[in-house]
Design a protein around this ligand. Structure first.
Ligand code: ATP
Length: 213
């Protein structure tokens, strides 16, 4: 078995317990060295985030400050420009070398859009992909994506650790029906969000007056 690192990208606008609980379960289920949370600078496939990249990064740092297995990787924010996952993967692979298994974690909602991503076919060779089920989201994927992944799918996520890259697996983590969109909406309507986010993140949002209109 190889050693593995999971890469959990996102806008994290803001980071919430749905992200964090899933990341923890992935780390533990696969006994990974770490899960790296990678906030994007400019997500290519969605509207601009509701606050500054530095604020989103700060919230991710606060959220994992006491964790020994969840790490922050700020390279997309340092790089600026469009945050293409393929570029991020290449730079991480250069650093960790060819032996470590790299596992890109995607919620099913993100995975279903993969065939629209920059260099998505090359991406399938440069990393494993671990797809997390999400409430209300079904496995409906473009035929071209299905065709590309059918001979890469493995039944057990632990099989990903037999290779460094190139396979696709699914995993069921605790289903928390929470989205950052809903949290932003609740904040703009002055509704409570206290238990959807780590305490420090709620406090940061309050201090910085973000998402409030
Ligand atoms: P938004 O509502 O703004 O689109 P989001 O809550 O979906 O945000 P993102 O930062 O866009 O969060 O997502 C980053 C990654 O985390 C994606 O792969 C997404 O599928 C996954 N994810 C988001 N929320 C959850 C959740 N509650 N449980 C599991 N995975 C999640």
């Amino acid at each position: 078995m190889k050693k593995g690192i999971a890469l959990f990208g996102g806008t994290f606008d803001p980071i919430h317990i749905g992200h964090l609980q899933s990341a923890l379960e992935v780390q533990q289920n696969l006994n990974l060295l770490a899960v790296r949370l990678i906030p994007s600078f400019l997500p290519p496939h969605r509207e601009s985030p509701g606050c500054e990249a530095e604020q989103r990064l700060a919230m991710v740092r606060i959220a994992v400050a006491n964790s020994s297995v969840l790490e922050v990787d700020d390279r997309e924010i340092r790089r600026q420009g469009p945050s293409y996952t393929f570029d991020t993967l290449e730079s991480i692979r250069d650093e960790v070398g060819p032996e470590i298994a790299l596992i890109l974690v995607l919620g099913l909602d993100s995975f279903t859009t993969l065939s629209e991503w920059h260099r998505w076919q090359d991406l399938l060779d440069s990393t494993h992909i671990l797809v997390l089920d999400r409430p209300g989201c079904s496995w409906t994927i473009a035929p071209e994506l299905q065709a590309k992944i059918s001979d890469r799918m493995v039944d057990e996520a632990s099989c990903l650790l037999q290779e460094s890259a190139g396979l696709v697996a699914r995993m069921q983590t605790t289903q928390l029906d929470i989205t950052a969109t809903d949290i932003r909406m609740r904040l703009s309507q002055r509704k409570p969000v206290g238990y959807l986010l780590p305490d420090g993140v709620s406090q940061f949002i309050e201090q910085q007056h973000i998402y409030q209109h």
